[in-house]
Design a protein around this ligand. Structure first.
Ligand SMILES: C[S@@+](CC[C@H](N)C(=O)[O-])C[C@H]1O[C@@H](n2cnc3c(N)ncnc32)[C@H](O)[C@@H]1O
Length: 230
């Protein structure tokens, strides 16, 4: 289904200082664009309409956040969600958002950016075998993340899709991430921040798969060219 173009999205994205028009210009210097550059930096890939990042960043001024989505239309909704979460309470000083294809994430993030946490929430499952390399948790993609993640950075992943969850175990192993905790039925607690897609899946009774993994040293990395064949 094609999404109708939101005429307001691009002008609004241009109007807010925290929406980055040319993320390539920030490569290696993301920390410096925050009011508190020494804070830990987290990244959400495929942030969608920003239901998670807007509320989480508001609740955690002690972290800096980057959020990226492929589609400007969707990022426009993310910008509105951020404005709503912060409105009249405090300045939006710990979040930057930008439109970009995560398959080319290395063009906008460098080792010096030292991202300490990575969120992947309900990325497209790409069930057809020929499309799996597009998954945002595929080995090929995890190896890209490795280039800018800080040592022992954490990856947090949620999905409704059992096949994607199972395959992600393989991808994590190939790219040398170690799972610290996981569940096939994540409960909702008072602290939970439920994303838009999560709310949709929960409303139909689908269990939510969750895992938290840590990036390990590179030394024993499997051959990067052959990893993640499926
Ligand atoms: C199923 S939605 C999930 C949105 C949100 N994370 C949530 O949990 O509600 C997947 C999102 O990933 C974005 N996306 C898919 N492929 C991407 C890519 N290669 N680069 C950046 N964003 C991508 C889509 O535009 C979409 O907004």
């Amino acid at each position: 289904m094609r999404m109708r173009r939101k005429k307001w999205a691009e002008p609004e994205l241009r109007s807010a200082a925290y929406c980055i028009q040319d993320p390539r210009a920030q490569r290696g210097e993301w920390r410096a664009c925050f009011a508190r550059p020494d804070q830990p930096l987290a990244l959400e890939v495929g942030c969608g309409k920003g239901g998670f990042i807007s509320r989480y960043a508001f609740l955690h001024p002690e972290w800096n956040f980057l959020a990226v989505d492929l589609i400007s239309n969707v990022l426009g909704s993310c910008k509105r969600a951020i404005d709503e979460a912060f409105s009249g309470k405090r300045e939006v000083d710990n979040i930057r958002i930008f439109a970009w294809d995560v398959e080319q994430i290395e063009d906008v993030l460098a080792p010096e950016d030292r991202v300490q946490r990575l969120y992947v929430h309900f990325c497209n499952p790409w069930p057809k075998a020929g499309h799996r390399k597009r998954r945002l948790t595929h080995t090929r993609q995890l190896l890209r993340y490795r280039t800018f993640l800080a040592p022992e950075a954490e990856l947090i992943f949620k999905t409704d899709d059992p096949g994607l969850f199972a395959d992600t175990h393989t991808y994590l192993r190939e790219a040398r991430f170690r799972i610290l905790e996981e569940t096939d039925n994540l409960p909702v607690t008072e602290e939970s921040i439920v994303t838009e897609h999560e709310a949709m899946f929960r409303s139909t009774g689908k269990p939510i798969h969750f895992l938290r993994a840590v990036m390990e040293e590179r030394e024993e990395l499997e051959d990067e060219k052959t990893a993640g064949g499926c």
